[in-house]
Design a protein around this ligand. Structure first.
Ligand SMILES: Cc1ncc(COP(=O)(O)O)c(C=O)c1O
Length: 327
């Protein structure tokens, strides 16, 4: 790989127009930056300073939310997890009302009704070292990109999953949604290399954990819905909603019980149904694991997906409307 360099030092205006030309396919539709104190819609202006420790040390925490049909789904749960992550790495927690207001305003500015909203709480600019005290204070960046729709709607036939061999960070890190996602990145790369879409991580003694950016659940042959209970799993906002909604399936008689338990690969291999669960996925059936078909027809996955989809699109208790012409 070779990189080019202009012969003279570029004036800022030239650098910006060159940047704009270099980003023709940028998905960024709007960005709020606390440094700027405002929202931009030009992708070339949607930037983070290179001396922000977020950039050169991965020093920050984040959330990904979705907005569907003009409503941000489950935002308070994402903000609560962001605050918990911030506490774990010694970053000041943003005020929830202020953050909610900014999230709404940046999504509205994007003009998108279906959007992905990335919330980045960064250590902030100030120096290129590792010491967080170099920073002049935390910064908030909110980035809005188009959301192509829940994976469960785009891949109803299910997905191919493999067992990951990528070493994991210890549980004290993986339980925090930090911007240090190198093992997660390598898991996605590993899955692609092996012709799959997702990889599942296992812990000591073969305990089933989670995917790179999603949780996993199984339905046992005796109709129990189980989510892994091990240490070192990120507490998924979607898994919490899915377990709650699954109470309806117990009432309907489709499930006998809903609980969290220590799970192993054997639970996957002998399950009646298995699924991946996450913000951008919804509830997606695992069609194949390590090349083997898993489970059979998926009544629980489908029904859970239906209930979750209805909640995401239409349940005002879980939606923060972004306003604008068509809401
Ligand atoms: C490591 C990891 N596990 C699980 C999840 C699923 O969490 P949620 O349902 O809140 O999207 C994510 C989400 O990004 C994640 O990064």
């Amino acid at each position: 790989m070779r990189f080019s360099c202009h012969d003279s030092i570029l004036p800022s205006g030239d650098a910006l127009s060159r940047l704009a030309a270099a980003l023709p396919e940028s998905p960024v539709r709007a960005m709020y930056s606390s440094l700027v104190g405002g929202i931009v819609t030009d992708p070339a202006a949607a930037v983070v300073p290179v001396d922000d420790h977020l950039v050169h040390r991965g020093d920050g925490v984040f959330e990904t939310c979705i907005c569907m049909d003009g409503g941000i789904y489950n935002l308070p749960a994402h903000l609560a997890r962001l605050a918990a992550s911030a506490r774990r790495v010694g970053l000041a927690e943003p005020e929830p009302e202020n953050l909610t207001d900014l999230c709404v305003r940046v999504v509205r500015a994007s003009g998108l009704r279906d959007a992905s909203l990335r919330i980045l709480l960064a250590r902030g600019p100030g120096g290129m070292g590792v010491h967080p005290d170099e920073s002049r204070g935390p910064q908030l960046y909110l980035v809005v990109t188009p959301f192509p729709g829940l994976l469960m709607d785009r891949a109803p036939e299910g997905v191919e999953v493999i067992r990951s061999r990528v070493p994991r960070y210890p549980p004290s890190y993986t339980e925090v949604k930090t911007c240090n996602y190198l093992p997660n990145v390598l898991m996605k790369q590993e899955a692609s290399r092996r012709g799959a879409s997702f990889a599942l991580a296992f812990g000591p003694e073969g305990v089933l954990l989670e995917g790179a950016t999603e949780n996993v659940m199984v339905v046992t042959p005796d109709r129990r819905l189980l989510a892994p209970a091990a240490d070192g799993i990120l507490h998924g906002t979607t898994v919490s909603r899915a377990l709650d909604l699954a109470g309806r399936l117990v009432e309907e008689g489709a499930l006998a019980e809903v609980t969290r338990e220590l799970l192993h690969e054997s639970d996957l291999l002998r399950c009646a149904e298995a699924m991946l669960v996450g913000t951008t996925l919804g509830v997606v059936p695992i069609a194949r694991y390590e090349g083997r078909p898993l489970g059979g027809p998926e009544p629980v996955v489908r029904r859970l997906g239906q209930l979750l989809g209805e909640e995401i699109r239409a349940d005002s208790r879980y939606r923060v409307p972004v306003g604008g012409p068509r809401t």
